[in-house]
Design a protein around this ligand. Sequence first.
Ligand SMILES: Cc1cc2nc3c(=O)[nH]c(=O)nc-3n(C[C@H](O)[C@H](O)[C@H](O)COP(=O)(O)OP(=O)(O)OC[C@H]3O[C@@H](n4cnc5c(N)ncnc54)[C@H](O)[C@@H]3O)c2cc1C
Length: 388
Amino acid sequence: MHILILGAGYAGLHTAIELDNLVRNQPDLAQITLVDQNSYHQIVQLLHLTATAAIQTDEAIVPLNKIMQQRAVQIRQGCAAQIKPLQRQVVLQDGQTLDYDRLVIALGAETNYGGVPGAREHTFPLRTFDEALRLRNHIVARFAAAAKTADPAEQRTLLTFALVGGGYTGCQLAGELAAWAPDLCQEFDVPRQEVRIALLDRSKFLLKQFGSWATRNAERILDRRGVSIYLDTPVERVEPRGLYVSGDRVLRAGTIIWAGGIRAPALLAESGLPVDASGRAFVDRYLRVRDQALIFAAGDCANVPDPADGTVPATASYAMRQGTHLADTLASEIEGIAPRTYEPLKLGEVVSLGPGEAIGDPLGVPVFGKTAELMKKGIEAWYRSTLE
Ligand SMILES: Cc1cc2nc3c(=O)[nH]c(=O)nc-3n(C[C@H](O)[C@H](O)[C@H](O)COP(=O)(O)OP(=O)(O)OC[C@H]3O[C@@H](n4cnc5c(N)ncnc54)[C@H](O)[C@@H]3O)c2cc1C
């Protein structure tokens, strides 16, 4: 049986690793191919650290051939362009086709600009390693330009950083950027008081997935770091250096970062798969795409039902556990036995808000500060160990 996995992120990579573990003793039964547009696995949870030079440049990526060196998983670098369910084929951007007996779609998500005019053209997204490097270089260039200008208004604009979206990405990046700014001010000899970091969200809450206790604490922590927070502020238009709310320009900023939402790659809908309003494939409780016997989906590109609570959130930990579950399901298919249903495990999440600060709800218990930061670092170290 040829199992083709699209995407070597949290979901796809862990499907491949775990499936290899499960079928290692029966290599004739299954052939596993893992396709990704990159030659490396991105630890997306670290990208805000890459973007703010808080970690070494290559710390957020791990080469796929290193991860797979002891495994019987074929790696194929290529960009999936179309899925043809009737032919059981995937077409790559270079025109080559890959056949499959079972297909796992784990292509993650892209930035969702929500139809806001100018957002795609004039903002920086942060979903990939390349985008993180581009943002980091741009931030440094803004400080360098601010140091050179003699015009105070221009300097203020160059040193204003607006982040749209108060979820994981926006809050974590705001915290790190606020911590990095004093170093950049010193390096480029620009006044710290001219640096402005603004975090805007359309809703009344930051980190709304955690509840109001997290919003209050995140606001307090980020405020103490010097981040200005604007809630209930729906950005409706973006220009090269400006954000508009209710028809008025509310902010001039030399850098605008868009962390306002995600959507699944268009390829899923374009291939005729059943998708929700965010382009995610509807799957059943076995993670099988609705009406598709041979296709499964997991992670951010899947709309996974949660029997207790609507839909499973798009987070790294859920994506990884869905990948592991899929490996089990595929091994069952290979052996011809009935698979188990996927039951979402609510283990909680921890997000960082800059050095020394984090917030989270592991196992439902609210944690803050150093304790939360230690947990976050522990989770990161544990995650790395799963790649060895
Ligand atoms: C800055 C940031 C911080 C975050 N922090 C946290 C956090 O603290 N905790 C948490 O739980 N979640 C966090 N998240 C969310 C988390 O990273 C995602 O939920 C997780 O990455 C989803 O895993 P996935 O496997 O579905 O997709 P991904 O990990 O994004 O993997 C998708 C893979 O598919 C590949 N791919 C995409 N399109 C194609 C194509 N056409 N052809 C071939 N390959 C393709 C990509 O290269 C990638 O390797 C954060 C996200 C960001 C952006």
